[in-house]
Design a protein around this ligand. Structure first.
Ligand code: 13P
Length: 290
C-alpha cells in the first residue's frame, strides 16, 4: 500500500489532488469511506481539535486504522489545525498519520520556532508521520458565513508570498504546506467564496518545494478547483459542505420518520448524503466523469 506522502506526490504528478474530508462521528467516516471505495481512490480523513475531542483522539486513530487494515485501503488520518504543541504531540502519540501544526496566527518567527520544535518531536518519535505547516490566516470555522472571517488573508498583498513559503519550509522541515491563496474556511451564505489566485499557487509550489494543501474547499467554484489543482495543489480539504449535507439529510429523515428511535434507522440517509457529496468532489479532484 502507498504511504501517505507517496499518495500525495503521486496525485500531484498526475495533475490531480487527494481529497481530505473532516469527521465528527462514525456516520461521516462511513459516508466518506464508501465514496472513496466506490471510486477506488485513496482518501484522507481529518479531525479538528474539537472534532477529535468529540470522537476521542485515540478512538479516531483506531477507527481509521481498522478500515485501512480490514479493507486493505489507503485511508489516512490527519490531525487538522492543531494550535498547541501539546495537542499536536498527543495526536502523534495516539496514532495519527499526519498532523497540521497551525501557527498561522503567530508571528512568522514564532510560527517557525514552534513548527520546527514539532517537526523534531515527530522525527524522533514517529518519523513516518507527516507534518503540515500553515502560513497565512484563512479563518478557523467550518460554518455558513454572512461575511468573510475577520483578518483573513484574501488580497494579493496579504496572501502567503513565495519568499515566506521558501523560508518557512527550509527552516522548519515540514512535509506539506498550507498557504493562503484567497481560500477561507467556511462557506458564504451568498453562494461563492473568493476566487483563488492560481498564479500565486504555481509560484508557491515552486518556491516551497513540498506539496501544497488547499484548505477551505467548501464554496470554491469547480473552475477554481480545477485550475488550482493544475497549478500545484496536491490535496484539498472540505468540511462545511459535508456538514451541511449531513445535517439536511438528518433533518429530512427525522421528519419522514417521526416515531423512529433506532439511530441506525434514521441516520442512514445522512451517511448516504455524505457519500454523494464526497463522491462529487472526488470526481472533480480526480478528473473522473461525473
Ligand atoms: P471548509 O469547511 O471551508 O471546507 O474547510 C475545511 C478545511 O480546510 C479543514 O481543514
Amino acid at each position: 500500500m502507498q504511504t501517505a506522502i507517496e499518495i500525495i506526490k503521486d496525485a500531484e504528478s498526475r495533475g490531480v489532488a487527494v481529497g481530505h474530508f473532516n469527521i465528527s462521528n462514525t456516520e461521516q467516516l462511513w459516508g466518506i469511506f464508501n465514496a472513496a471505495r466506490s471510486l477506488e481512490l485513496p482518501i484522507f480523513i481529518g479531525t479538528s481539535e474539537g472534532e477529535r475531542a468529540f470522537i476521542g483522539p485515540r478512538q479516531a486513530a483506531v477507527l481509521v486504522q481498522s478500515l485501512r487494515e480490514q479493507f486493505n485501503w489507503p485511508i489516512y488520518l490527519n490531525a487538522d489545525h492543531t494550535y498547541s504543541l501539546e495537542k499536536a504531540k498527543e495526536a502523534v502519540d495516539v496514532g495519527y498519520d499526519c498532523v497540521i501544526f497551525d501557527g498561522a496566527q503567530l508571528s512568522m518567527e514564532e510560527n517557525i520556532a514552534q513548527t520546527k520544535e514539532f517537526v523534531s518531536y515527530v522525527r524522533e518519535t514517529r518519523p513516518e508521520v507527516l507534518v503540515e505547516g500553515e502560513l497565512g490566516y484563512i479563518g478557523t470555522s467550518s460554518s455558513m458565513m454572512d461575511e468573510l472571517p475577520e483578518g483573513a488573508a484574501v488580497t494579493r498583498e496579504e496572501m502567503t508570498s513565495p519568499e515566506e513559503a521558501q523560508r518557512f519550509v527550509e527552516e522548519t522541515g515540514v512535509d506539506l504546506l498550507a498557504p493562503a491563496v484567497g481560500n477561507v474556511h467556511g462557506m458564504m451564505e451568498s453562494g461563492r467564496n473568493p476566487n483563488l489566485d492560481t498564479e500565486r499557487i504555481s509560484a508557491l509550489r515552486e518556491a516551497a518545494g513540498v506539496p501544497l494543501v488547499l484548505h477551505g474547499g467548501s464554496g470554491v467554484s469547480d473552475e477554481d478547483f480545477v485550475s488550482s489543482i493544475e497549478a500545484g495543489m496536491g490535496m484539498v480539504h472540505i468540511n462545511t459542505e459535508i456538514r451541511v449535507a449531513f445535517r439536511e439529510a438528518l433533518e429530512q429523515s427525522l421528519q419522514e420518520k417521526p416515531d423512529e428511535i433506532a439511530p441506525y434507522k434514521y441516520m442512514d440517509q445522512a451517511v448516504d448524503a455524505v457519500t454523494e457529496s464526497v463522491a462529487n468532489r472526488l470526481k472533480l479532484f480526480n478528473k473522473l466523469d461525473s
